[in-house]
Design a binder for this molecule. Structure first.
Ligand code: SAM
Length: 341
């Protein structure tokens, strides 16, 4: 075997013997919503030159797939507002067709699904996560500021029609959707959607919002759910930060994501790539690798493979997040792109 072949053929294994086969790719920092817990209403987004082009995203994602990544989750910002994004999905579908990639999926706010659900299904996407915190039109407006509930519902219907499986991700917000969680369980149960509650993280530039007012521990969410539903723990470990229960009455599943706890670090199989080509090896740690610089400096992929391997060799055993640190706007997307988001 030549050195070049060895570089592509050996799978990515980190220092703790974890096989890294899951890459989350943020394709944009932009979003058409301004969710109060995530972004301020006035955002400064990155200049285009900072972003990886669609061709660069293809090259970088394909490099990871050559190194054994089997699952790609596309996120953002809002991935479906990236201009020309279907070109990228089409490019990734070739890896599904070859068998190199097992799953291509995305996390979306649903606003563009009416337009793209069928195209996504045609590219081989089978499951998507739709972020939806409420079923109430007025609350939806209050949370997303710029979103339209009916547009998201049309998107969800289009996704169902296209045959996509849907998981709803809802951030648990005290004083906002706390009165609705039973309705959401019932709705998801009826529609055959899985549902995951995400604990709100005290991060991002939330402008005038008071983050402490919104915080609702998932232990309390679960206790409230247990008053009406029969919940049984299930041993579903996706390597991510969620714990799951089965709802006897609906047959559906509910996940609970406490983004910054240490759940399952020992089986963590994922790394995250930002839209500027920085690779983050762990949710709670700041260490990153600048893959864009390597990509742009080298038309040949060998240095890129080496840079990816070097980065994986620095993946820490677990994370140790300090809640007291304040993050700047834009950080949220980076962090949430690791979780259900
Ligand atoms: N735009 C896409 C979407 O809406 O799913 C992908 C990016 S969005 C940042 C990913 C997820 O992060 C969404 O489910 C969103 O609700 C969640 N999120 C954003 N800010 C959060 C926060 N402060 N705490 C918890 N979840 C948050």
């Amino acid at each position: 075997m030549t050195q070049a072949q060895a570089q592509t053929q050996a799978p990515l294994i980190d220092p703790f013997a974890r096989s890294i086969d899951y890459l989350r790719v943020s394709v944009t920092d932009r979003c058409d919503f301004r969710c109060v817990y995530c972004m301020s209403e006035t955002m400064n987004f990155l200049p285009k030159a900072e972003l990886l082009s669609l061709e660069e995203l293809d090259r970088l994602s394909s490099a990871f797939i050559s190194l054994g990544v089997k699952k790609l989750r596309i996120t953002g910002g809002e991935p479906l507002v990236r201009k020309g994004i279907m070109t990228y999905f089409e490019a990734m579908s070739r890896h599904l067709a070859s068998g190199a990639l097992r799953e291509l999926t995305l996390t979306t706010n649903g606003s563009q699904l009416a337009k793209y659900a069928q195209d996504l299904a045609d590219c081989g996407v089978k499951r998507i996560n739709v972020s939806l915190d409420t079923l109430d039109d007025a609350k939806f407006k209050a949370i997303t500021r710029w979103g339209r509930f009916s547009q998201v519902m049309e998107g969800v219907e289009a996704a169902v029609t296209a045959g996509l499986s849907i998981k709803i991700n809802a951030v648990a917000l005290k004083g906002t959707n706390d009165s609705e969680i039973h309705d959401m369980v019932a709705w998801c149960g009826t529609r055959g959607f899985d549902l995951t509650f995400i604990e709100v993280m005290p991060m991002g530039d939330m402008g005038e919002e008071n983050r402490l007012d919104q915080y609702w521990p998932l232990s309390d969410v679960r206790a409230e759910l247990a008053r009406r539903w029969t919940l049984t723990d299930i041993a579903l470990n996706t390597g991510g930060p969620a714990r799951y229960v089965q709802v006897a009455e609906t047959g559906g599943r509910i996940g609970f994501i406490t983004p910054l706890t240490h759940n399952f670090c020992e089986s963590c199989n994922r790394v995250r790539l930002t839209c500027t080509g920085q690779l983050y090896m762990c949710l709670g740690q700041e260490d990153d690798a600048d893959l864009r610089a390597v990509l742009r400096a080298n038309p040949d992929n060998a240095p890129l493979y080496a840079a990816i391997r070097n980065a994986i060799a620095r993946k820490p055993k677990g994370h140790d997040f300090d809640y007291s640190r304040q993050k700047v706007a834009g950080e949220m997307s980076r962090h949430m792109s690791h979780t259900g988001g």
